[in-house]
Every structure is written in C-alpha cells, then in structure tokens.
Design a protein around this ligand. Structure first.
Ligand code: HEC
Ligand code: HEC
Length: 387
C-alpha cells in the first residue's frame, strides 16, 4: 500500500468551489437584497458544471465518468452494504457517491437554467429577459425553489454518505478531496495534478468575478452611493442605466406631470385608475389643485398612461401592483395599492418624516430610477436618517 494521488487538482478545485457556491446561493436566496450575489454564485455553478462534464471525459483516471459509471441498482446495493457495514472500499468514487455526483450535476444544470429564466422574467435581466410573461415566471420560480430544496436533500445525502463511508473504512474522505491523496495498492493508476488546468479555471473564475463586480454589482453600489445627495421633490432623479429594458417614454406626459412631482410611471397603476385620475384633473389630490390641461392634452397623456398601465405587466412592479388591486377597486394613489403598502410596511416613521422624503409619493427619494419608471432592486436605497 502507498500514498497515491487520486483526485487531480482541477477536480478538487471544482468540488470545493461548487460546494461553496451552493452554500452562498442557498443563504442569499431570500428576498432581493442579495440577488446580485445569488445570481453570481448561480452562474459560477453553471460554469463549474460545464467544466465537470468535460473533465469527465478528459480528466485523470479517477475523475472520468468511465471510472464511476454504475447502474442505480449497484448504487442501491452499495447503500445497503454500507448499512450492513460490509461495503467494500473503492479507491475512486463508490457507486452511491457516483449516483450523488450525477444527481448533483443534473440538479445544478436544472437549477441554473430555471434561475436564468426566472431572473429574465422577474427582473428583466440576463439572456432570458422578455421570454416569459410574469404569470409563467411565477411557476418557473416555484420550480427553481423546489429544485433547490431537492438539491439540498441530495447534498445532505452525499455528506451523510461521506461520513458513513469515512467511519466504515476509517479514512477521512473529505480530507482526501482536499489534498487528493489516498492510501491505495501500488499498482493503482496515479492522477497527475494538472496544475495548468486548475490555474486556467482560477483565472476564468477571477475574471468572471471581476467582470461581475464591475458590471452587475457596480450598479448597486453606485446607486447606494447616491443616497448622500438630498433630493428636491421636483428635481429629476438621475438616470441609472440598467441592463433591464428601457420603458416607453412620452414627452408631453413627462412635461405635464413633472411640474409638481416625479412623473409617476404609467405601469404603477391600472388603466382604470389613470382614467379616474385624469377625469379628476380639476381637483388633483388637493383642493383647488387644477392641472389645467386642455382636452387634447388630456387625451394624449391619458392614451400614454393607459397604453403602458399596470395591466400590461411591462415591469415586475406593474405585474405585482396589478395583481394586488382587486378588480372591483380603482385606487387613485399608487401608495394605496396593497402591493405598494406591503413593500413599504417596514419603513419607519422617522424615515417618512425625514426632510429628504417628507411624503410617500416622493418615490425618487429612495428609488434613483423612479424617473425612468423601472424600480429596480439595485436602484433602491433608504436615505440615511438625519442625526
Ligand atoms: C400642479 C401640480 C401637479 C401636477 C402638474 C401633477 N400633479 Fe400629481 N400630484 C400633485 C399633488 C400635490 C399630489 C399629492 C401628493 C401627495 O399627497 O403625496 C399628487 C399626487 C399624484 C398621484 C398620487 C401619488 C400617490 O400614490 O400618492 C398621482 C398618481 C398623480 N399625482 C398623477 C399625476 C399625473 C399623471 C400628472 C400629469 C398628468 C400629475 N400628477 C401632475 C400635484 C400635481
Ligand atoms: C422612504 C423611501 C421610499 C419611498 C419614498 C418609496 N419607496 Fe419604494 N421601496 C423602498 C424600499 C426600502 C423598498 C424595498 C422593500 C423591500 O424589498 O423589502 C421599496 C420597494 C419598492 C418596490 C418593489 C421593488 C422590488 O422589485 O422589490 C416598488 C415597485 C416601489 N418601492 C415603488 C415605489 C413608488 C412607486 C414610490 C412612490 C410612490 C415609492 N416606492 C416610494 C423605499 C421607498
């Protein structure tokens, strides 16, 4: 018996990066706050799975699929043998471990694909932006969450197996996945460490990381740095360029509606609400607040409002606002729609009363893209409360 290199360096780098990415993705999955990190981990997992599929054909002896290609029956029999404490020791992947590897690879691909689709649908980001309606996306998101839970189960099964195996054969399997060595008969084929491939992998990952932070996360950081500047209610919010879609614009609407506040983008209310708002233009939200728009202008502005209203689900917010308002109701205010109320429930009174906010309808105080109408997560920032 000798100490022999079994797991080549790329396989080990793959293994531990994938495990870390899954942990990161798991803990950043709640809410939108860590979405950029979550998506980063997800894309990286997809890339790693792609690498492993190729490595299964060109990697060193024990990393090749041909070395651990067992039938499910053999895998089940192996689990039974482990339970009866009479399983034989494998130098490479044992049949149960192999089953876990294939399952995990399939799960990563399915999770990645459903994640890309959900991101495209919900946030209008990435390659799949615009592929599906918001209704279909809700389903895809549920599938994504379900797959993640199934993958967690497989991970738990895999770890349990590793622990059981390690106890049974008195060898630390997790540790050998770290340094690559196992004690094996002298004739066992040796892996070469393949530092060059591991180096290229690391370079690609670091490059991806750098690109991600420059391109995607930077949008968030930029918009967060923005909160320092006080915003006058009538000032136009700075445009933040997003990878998401650019919404239709209308000069007359902008001109008429930005006089007193950020023009509320049409997608924030259903069409019937806009009809009511415009019908009441001679007493616009406050007594004697007459917009004094002539009928032609009203017609043109109303057409733009209705054509892009929440009913058309152009944005995530539009979809969710539309779904939250009962069809029997016609709210006049965005700030009275159940979705808006739910999203802003946790904001403290002190913030609402701070001089930079003053009123709920001052969307631009906290959403740097209010003017553009996109209301992206990355463009959102609570103003620092005044000392
Ligand atoms: C003369 C000033 C003025 C003009 C011009 C104006 N508004 Fe307003 N708007 C107000 C005031 C004042 C409020 C009440 C703000 C508040 O209570 O927070 C308001 C509130 C609103 C609200 C409700 C916001 C909420 O959810 O609380 C909507 C919707 C709205 N305006 C739409 C429009 C549209 C559409 C136009 C362009 C056709 C427009 N406004 C032009 C003064 C104006
Ligand atoms: C005092 C700051 C503040 C003001 C003013 C404000 N918001 Fe928000 N808004 C937030 C915060 C914080 C969140 C995130 C809540 C969360 O996700 O838990 C949010 C979330 C949202 C979302 C959901 C975004 C998403 O994708 O999750 C929409 C849409 C939105 N706001 C629209 C508006 C509109 C329209 C206005 C003006 C009528 C407005 N907000 C005014 C702070 C504000």
């Amino acid at each position: 018996m000798q100490r022999i290199l079994i797991w080549d360096l790329p396989t080990r780098v793959f293994h531990w990066t994938l495990a870390s990415c899954f942990a990161v993705a798991w803990f950043t999955s709640e809410g939108d706050r860590w979405l950029a990190i979550h998506v980063f981990a997800g894309y990286l997992m997809l890339g790693l799975a792609g690498f492993r599929l190729a490595w299964g054909f060109v990697g060193s002896h024990f990393s090749r699929f041909s070395n651990f290609w067992f039938s499910p029956k053999v895998a089940l029999r192996y689990v039974r043998d482990v339970l009866q404490r009479r399983a034989e020791r494998y130098i490479g992947h044992n049949p149960a471990g192999s089953a876990a590897i294939y399952l995990l690879l399939v799960m990563v691909l399915a999770l990645g694909a459903s994640g890309v689709l959900a991101l495209g649908g919900d946030e209008q980001h990435g390659i799949a932006a615009d592929w599906f309606s918001f209704d279909q996306i809700q389903l895809i998101k549920q599938v994504h969450v379900l797959l993640a839970k199934v993958m967690m189960l497989v991970v738990v099964g895999h770890v349990t197996g590793v622990v059981a195996e390690s106890l049974l054969h008195r060898e630390n399997l997790a540790h050998s996945m770290l340094h690559g060595y196992k004690v094996a008969p002298a004739h066992t084929p040796r892996a070469r460490s393949k530092a060059s491939v591991a180096f290229v992998m690391l370079l690609v990952m670091i490059g991806f990381c750098g690109w991600w932070f420059a391109y995607a996360v930077d949008r968030q950081i930029n918009s967060q740095a923005w909160h320092g500047a006080p915003k006058a209610e009538t000032a136009e919010a700075p445009h933040v360029r997003f990878v998401g879609k650019v919404l239709p614009d209308h000069t007359l609407w902008r001109k008429e509606c930005k006089v007193c506040h950020t023009p509320f983008y049409p997608a924030l209310l259903p069409a019937r609400s806009w009809e009511r708002v415009m019908a009441g233009q001679n007493e616009h939200f406050e007594p004697n607040n007459d917009l004094e728009m002539d009928p032609q202008t009203v017609q043109a502005v109303l057409k733009f409002l209705v054509d892009n209203a929440a009913d058309h689900h152009f944005t995530e917010a539009a979809y969710k606002i539309d779904r939250s308002v009962p069809t029997t109701e016609t709210p006049l205010r965005i700030t009275e729609t159940p979705y808006w109320i739910g999203k802003h429930r946790d904001i403290s009174d002190a913030v609402w009363k701070s001089p930079r906010v003053k009123r709920k309808s001052n969307c631009a105080a906290c959403h740097s893209d209010a003017d553009a109408g996109t209301f992206e997560d990355g463009a959102m920032q609570l103003p620092k409360s005044e000392p």
